[in-house]
Write a protein that binds this ligand. Structure first.
Ligand SMILES: Nc1ncnc2c1ncn2[C@@H]1O[C@H](COP(=O)(O)OP(=O)(O)OP(=O)(O)O)[C@@H](O)[C@H]1O
Length: 291
C-alpha cells in the first residue's frame, strides 16, 4: 500500500480573481496527525475542501488515498470521515439511531453504541439532535465523522464549544484513533490542541505555506533562546540564553539551593505562530517549504 495519504503539488484556487490558495505543496504520510493552522481567511478550508473533493481546484495536482478527489467516487468517499466546521442539517432522529444509520453506510464501521459512549453522549443517546447543547451537538458531529472507521479523517475546528473536560477526552479519542493508524487532518485555531495532537503542523497565511514542522521545532522553536528569571536583592532578574540548564545550575550553586522566584520560559507554540503570521505574506522564514 502506498504510504502517502495526501499529496498536493502546486495547488491553486482563486475566487473572482483573488487567490485563496496560491501554490501549496503538501505531503501527508499515512498515520500522521497533520494540523493546519492559520488566521481567518488563510486558505485552510479551501485547501481542505479541495482535498475532500467538495471544491474544484484551479491548478495543481492532488492525490488523496491514491485518487484525485475531483474524480473519485463513492467507494473512495466511504474511506474518508469528515467533521465539518459548520453544523450540518440532521434529521429528527435520536442520537443513537442516527449514529447507527451512518454506520450502515460503511462496511467495517465501529460499534455505534461504543462511538456514542466514546464521544461522551451515552446519557443523550435517546435525545434528538435539536435538543443538544452546542458542545454536545459538536460531539455528535464527531461521532458521525468517525463511526465509519475512516482511513483518513478531516476535522475542521472540531472542539469549538467544548468545555475543557470534553476537549481533553476528545484529544484522547483522537490520540487513540491515531495510534490505530487513522490519518488525521486537523484544522484548528487552538494552538494547544495542535501541540497536543499533531505530529506536524503547517502554518498557512495568504494562501501559502509559511512554516511546517513538528510543534516543538516549528519556526526554529527548539533552538530559540529561553528566558531564565529569578528574584534577587528584591528585584526581578532575567537573562535570555541558549543554555538555560547551565544558567540554572550556576544560579543554584550561587544561592546554595532554591533559587527565589525561578522561572524558565521557552517560546510557546502560540508565540512562534504569531510571529510567523504577523509579517507580510512570504516573510515567514523558518521551516518554510514543502509540507
Ligand atoms: N465561496 C467563496 N467565494 C468567494 N470567496 C471565498 C469563498 N470561500 C472562501 N473565500 C475567500 O477565500 C479566502 C480563504 O478562505 P478560507 O475559507 O479558505 O480561509 P480559512 O483559512 O479556512 O479561514 P477561517 O479560519 O476563517 O475558516 C478568504 O479570503 C475568503 O473570503
Amino acid at each position: 500500500m502506498n504510504d502517502t495519504a495526501i499529496e498536493a503539488v502546486g495547488l491553486t484556487k482563486s475566487y473572482g480573481g483573488s487567490p485563496a490558495v496560491a501554490g501549496i505543496d503538501l505531503r501527508v504520510p499515512r498515520g500522521e496527525v497533520f494540523s493546519l493552522l492559520g488566521p481567518n481567511g488563510a486558505g485552510k478550508s479551501t485547501t481542505v475542501e479541495i482535498l475532500e473533493g467538495f471544491r474544484r481546484r484551479d491548478g495543481g495536482t492532488v492525490s488523496v488515498l491514491g485518487e484525485d478527489p475531483g474524480q473519485a467516487g463513492r467507494r473512495w468517499r466511504s474511506r474518508i470521515g469528515i467533521v465539518w466546521q459548520r453544523e450540518t442539517m440532521l434529521p429528527k432522529v435520536p442520537v443513537r439511531d442516527l449514529v447507527r444509520h451512518f454506520a450502515g453506510y460503511h462496511p467495517s464501521a465501529h460499534d455505534p453504541d461504543e462511538v456514542v459512549e466514546r464521544v461522551g453522549l451515552a446519557a443523550k443517546a435517546r435525545a434528538l439532535p435539536d435538543s443538544l447543547s452546542g458542545g454536545q451537538r459538536r460531539r455528535l458531529d464527531v461521532a458521525l465523522g468517525i463511526v465509519g472507521r475512516p482511513e483518513l479523517l478531516f476535522l475542521d475546528e472540531p472542539t469549538t464549544g467544548f468545555d475543557p473536560e470534553a476537549r481533553r477526552s476528545f484529544w484522547e479519542l483522537i490520540g487513540d484513533l491515531a495510534r490505530r493508524g487513522t490519518t488525521i487532518v486537523l484544522t484548528t485555531h487552538y494552538l494547544e490542541e495542535a501541540e497536543a495532537l499533531a505530529d506536524r503542523v503547517c502554518v498557512l497565511a495568504g494562501g501559502r505555506v509559511r512554516a511546517l514542522g513538528a510543534p516543538a521545532d516549528l519556526g526554529g522553536r527548539a533552538a530559540a533562546r529561553a528566558t531564565v528569571s529569578w528574584t534577587e536583592d528584591g528585584g526581578h532578574r532575567e537573562v535570555r540564553t541558549r543554555e538555560p540548564t547551565r544558567v540554572v545550575a550556576e544560579l543554584a550553586a550561587r544561592f546554595s539551593g532554591e533559587v527565589p522566584g525561578l522561572g524558565v520560559h521557552r517560546p510557546t507554540l502560540e508565540e512562534i505562530y504569531l510571529s510567523l503570521v504577523s509579517g507580510p505574506a512570504g516573510s515567514g522564514t523558518a521551516g518554510e517549504g514543502t509540507a
